[in-house]
Design a protein around this ligand. Structure first.
Ligand SMILES: [Mg+2]
Length: 266
């Protein structure tokens, strides 16, 4: 009987489960409650630098068993290349792993301009050792006809010390230098939306399903793309004062995940 009422939950990580490296209080209890109720959960993040094992380990350190339940924008980007394609990975280890699991061949742009021939695609994702040499090698591949795939276009990345440049900033540099338009794989776009539906075994517009996140422009618009409800938490980048001007408007608002789950089941 309970199974009939169960819904699918797409849960963002940063700002929902943790803030940088700090677990958000109550998040693990909320996940335990959802698991006990038999809800379908998928953790979906635009952060592409971690491998799925690293993301699962980080969740485990927060008290959450997420084995096999993590979907990253690195996996979404890798879904846009074909097995055996040659891919220049201007990104972190999460993208390298996802490209190799896809059966494509990953190359490192730090090998320099001219080191790579017949590159089919360049994937750009957040990484902190991005530099001019990697930009130049990536741009060369784009000039020679490779397509540009970006894990996500978040302009900035929140840290306790303030905003850092996000992968949208790196993507703009490659798109400008290469003279091409990127295809964006992560939230709120279709590649990651389709992968999430496949993993959850549900469909667009299925009644009651939820996307929970802290950012209307990624999590909220993913909910719009999927025709799910949007649950906004105030434990990340969106403050209570901003709720009135959120676009899209959230269907539910909670101070944090635990408060939001309380509201859903009250
Ligand atoms: Mg977030």
């Amino acid at each position: 009987m309970a199974g009939l009422a169960n819904i699918a939950w797409i849960l963002d990580l940063d700002g929902v489960i943790w803030l940088a490296d700090q677990p958000i209080p109550g998040a693990a209890r909320a996940i335990e409650r959802l698991d006990r109720l038999g809800e379908q959960l998928l953790f979906v993040t635009n952060f592409s630098a971690l491998t799925k094992e690293q993301a699962e380990d980080k969740l485990k350190a927060c008290g959450i068993d997420a084995t096999g339940r993590v979907l990253t924008s690195a996996m979404a980007a890798a879904s846009l290349v074909e097995p055996s394609e040659r891919v220049l990975v201007c990104a972190g280890s999460g993208v390298i792993q996802a490209v190799e699991e896809r059966g494509a061949i990953a190359f490192d742009p730090s090998d320099g301009v001219g080191a790579h021939r017949a590159i089919d695609a360049v994937i750009v994702g957040f990484h902190q050792d991005f530099d001019f040499a990697r930009l130049a090698a990536s741009a060369r591949a784009l000039h020679q006809g490779a397509r540009l795939i970006s894990t996500n276009n978040d302009p900035t990345y929140p840290t306790p010390e303030g905003l850092l440049p996000g992968n949208g900033s790196l993507t703009s540099a490659l798109a400008t230098a290469g003279g091409v338009q990127p295809t964006i794989a992560g939230k709120p776009y279709r590649p990651i939306a389709d992968l999430a539906l496949g993993r959850l075994g549900t469909e667009r517009g299925a009644h009651g399903n939820l996307v929970v996140g802290d950012v209307p422009s990624t999590d909220g618009l993913l909910a719009v793309e999927l025709r799910f409800e949007f649950g906004l938490v105030l434990s990340g980048v969106t403050a209570a004062d901003d709720v009135a001007v959120c676009d899209p408007r959230p269907d539910i608002v909670g101070d944090d995940l635990e408060a939001l789950v309380d509201q859903v089941f009250q």
